[in-house]
Ligand binder design. Sequence first.
Ligand code: FE
Length: 347
Amino acid sequence: MIRSPLSRLALFALAAALAAPVLAQEKVLNIYSARHYQTDEALYGDFTKATGIRINRVDTDDAGVVNRLKSEGAASPADVVLLVDAARLWRAEVDGLFQPVRSKVLEERIPAQFRSRDEGQGSAWFGFSTRARMIVYDKSRVKASDVDQYEKLALPVNKGLVCTRSGSHPYNLSLFGAMLEHLGPQKTEAWLQGVVANMARAPKGGDTDQIRAVASGECGVALTNSYYFARLMRSKKPEDRDLVEKVGVIFPNQADRGTHVNVAGAAVARHAKHREAAVQFLEYLSGAQAQEYFANGNNEWPVVPDTALGNPALKALGSFKSETVPISVVGMNQTRVQQILDRVGYK
Ligand code: FE
């Protein structure tokens, strides 16, 4: 069709001119993620579909993400960092692994309580989903009214009944950090001393293990993040749903300040090479579709108010009052909490 060598050459030049900027602009985003839930796959896929930005992902646990960022330093290819728990987000912020972000979209959608403190340049990280720290108890030998406040875990009536995972686990550091804010240092220390004195066994295992131990009778009362409980509620295995039947579950402190809630969150990495795409991704996470994925995929509550909930387990757990202490303060208190834990011998 192209007859003259000249026009063939012209066409070649045109094609080259078009191709060059396309290559230079190939849009990618590198994410280091400590989330690994199957539904998150759809989350990433939809972002690429909507924006044309290809996502490269490094999946590891929270400590793995943080160690990798630290060892890579300024050479790190990470653009976005996803971590769970305020204690970890705060630690990574203090270690200088994030950069502040100013975004109207994020500030409008995410309540200030669930973002890191804005020192004038924006927030260093944003919570995108929330989880409650709940109390589960053995309905056959513990009265709900004896365990409906975190404070009551230290009551003499609960002697020999209390089980938790390690006190130094971020989920507990954050809860205790919130308690420190509410009760002050002296009462928090006395409370933690009481909790240690009431333990049925030395702290061990994860949150699901605590639920199992309550169901088996080894423990009378325990702490768990809400999504572990919701996961058992939705499990296809009858033995998991049996566990749920056996134990009572409580949103603590409903009559006063509300239940402790934590976040899973994201940040733009300090040395991000694709900053604009990174901010775009964070904004995408605050959108209705992504917020629904969080709720349905990992049984967490969306951080954006009024997101539709299609998750039967979350619906069954119902609505509850959550504490309003800023999650950044909770993270910040963890160093003091750890000192108290060492003093009272909470392993
Ligand atoms: Fe977890």
